[in-house]
Design a protein around this ligand. Structure first.
Ligand SMILES: C[S@@+](CC[C@H](N)C(=O)[O-])C[C@H]1O[C@@H](n2cnc3c(N)ncnc32)[C@H](O)[C@@H]1O
Length: 472
């Protein structure tokens, strides 16, 4: 395969291409790399860049210079798949790299087996290129300054790629990141293809931890199992280590990776049990007969919708028990009436799936009873995460505020997790002060966020434990 790099600074690549695996791939003629320097597309003393139109500073690379460079690359080596690097592009991921190997791999691939985005490149930026089959020529365009004139991307780019949500000085480091990660996937370039297939981000789990000799270093010992000689046991151990590392370090990757049932079952070994409690006592309410609407700590009424709907959300997201707390005997009686029906044979016969959801409900008189029950089941206190529609006003003395990307931080503590939901005017300070963490309020793009507690519970559970499935 041929790679043409169009850049301001070819010298950037001197040691990059002469080192290690890439040098060997070039030596073995698996890949060849050529450069076109933007300044060679101009007359002597002519600048390659021009000021951006409109107010404000900044220079862009002239569109005619880009055009000449691409025309030269294609005249020399044939039609090429053109990648522009830009922080505004599609994020470079292992999935994107895999797709690109299918477009760029040579010879045998037919039009039909191309990924949809590559077929005729119809879905990509307004290119006039049309490819009957994958091309053996890759053209990488690296800008500097403010980047390219937007029209050049519109006309030529088959892909615009960003290496992450940050800005570097030019497209050359992004091109090098791309070349390394892309060539890694081409058979014959990395010696051991098996190790590539097991790389992090190739499946639902990160790679397993690697160890070497000496056996003891810095008082840390290589796990004994690796010396057992039992390959099946070692493989199983490595899979578990990989799953544990993923859940404790990058849970977001796991839930975005389209895990299958086997991966989910393995991951569940490291995701702590989760519990939910809905507080109808120890909550803030408007004080009785108070014309100034002052807030007191009090009770609210149990509602049938919250019993059912939070139980159904709990079943969906694998919540072990859903506690309902009310200190009022009459409210407890209402709840008992509901539960007695659903737990009866009549209830099960009426709607088995509702029975399944409701069967995780436990009634309690106060918050401490909930904690005691979880401690009894798990042998350890839960991590308590409170929820609120308002920002915390407890300052440094209150629970630590966390967001919806904090799962790994919480899961790696290896304790059960309890989400606490309030009713009325929200959880009392007593409950907030007992919690370890407070979750940021749910917000949309408006100033309104007065959600029903069952809606809030569903949204929070989905953000916390929901799969972010992608179309394959
Ligand atoms: C200084 S940057 C221009 C950034 C531009 N003003 C912006 O904020 O989008 C110049 C060039 O560096 C490259 N570049 C910078 N950051 C990048 C990233 N995260 N991914 C890919 N290319 C990047 C692109 O080629 C870009 O056109």
């Amino acid at each position: 395969m041929k790679i043409t790099i169009i850049t301001v600074f070819p010298e950037f690549y001197d040691s990059f291409l002469k080192t290690s695996i890439i040098a060997r791939a070039i030596e073995n003629k698996i890949v060849s790399v050529n450069f076109i320097k933007f300044s060679d597309m101009c007359n002597i003393k002519e600048r390659i860049d021009v000021p951006t139109c409109g107010p404000g500073a900044g220079m862009v690379i002239k569109p005619e210079v880009v055009q000449l460079a691409i025309e030269k690359a294609e005249k020399d080596f044939g039609q090429g798949y053109k990648i522009f690097f830009s922080p505004k592009g599609e994020k470079l991921t292992q999935d994107l790299l895999k797709d690109l190997t299918r477009c760029l791999d040579t010879n045998f691939v037919t039009q039909n087996s191309l990924p949809a985005f590559a077929q005729g490149f119809g879905g990509q930026a307004g290119t006039n290129a049309s490819f009957a089959k994958p091309v053996p020529h890759l053209i990488l365009l690296c800008a500097r300054y403010e980047g390219f004139d937007a029209r050049t991307e519109q006309v030529y780019a088959n892909k615009i790629i960003s290496i992450g949500d940050y800005v570097v000085m030019g497209g050359d480091l992004p091109a090098q990141v791309f070349i390394e990660s892309f060539l890694r996937l081409i058979p014959g370039i990395v010696g051991n293809q098996e190790s590539v297939q097991k790389d992090s981000y190739s499946g639902s789990f990160l790679d397993y931890p690697a160890y070497s000799l000496p056996k003891v270093w810095n008082n840390l010992t290589v796990p004994e199992i690796l010396f057992s000689g039992d390959h099946a046991k070692i493989e199983k151990w490595r899979q578990e280590q990989a799953a544990q590392d993923t859940i404790y370090k990058n849970f977001d990757w796991f839930i975005s990776s389209n895990p299958d049932k086997k991966d989910i079952d393995l991951a569940k070994k490291f995701i702590p049990n989760h519990y939910v409690v809905l507080m109808h006592s120890q909550v803030n309410v408007t004080c009785n007969n108070d014309i100034n609407n002052n807030i007191c700590v009090g009770h609210t009424s149990i509602t049938s919708l919250d019993i059912h709907d939070i139980a159904r959300s709990s079943a969906t997201y694998g919540i072990k028990n859903y506690f309902l707390v009310s200190a009022l005997i009459d409210q407890q009686k209402i709840l008992k009436t509901f539960l007695d029906f659903w737990m009866s044979q009549e209830g099960q016969d009426y709607n088995l799936s509702r029975f399944e959801a409701v069967s995780r409900i436990i009634a309690k008189l106060n918050f401490d009873e909930v904690i005691a029950k979880i401690r009894e089941q798990e042998g350890v206190e839960p991590i308590i995460i409170t929820t609120s529609a308002k920002e915390s006003n407890l300052g440094n003395t209150g629970p630590k505020v966390i967001d919806y990307n904090s799962q790994s931080e919480i899961f790696s503590q290896k304790r059960p997790v309890l989400f606490v939901f309030g009713t009325g005017q929200g959880l009392s300070d007593e409950i907030l002060n007992k919690s370890n963490y407070l979750l940021l309020p749910i917000k949309g793009l408006t100033d309104y966020n007065h959600l029903s507690v069952r809606s809030a519970a569903a949204i929070i559970l989905d953000r916390w434990l929901g799969l972010k499935n992608k179309v394959e």
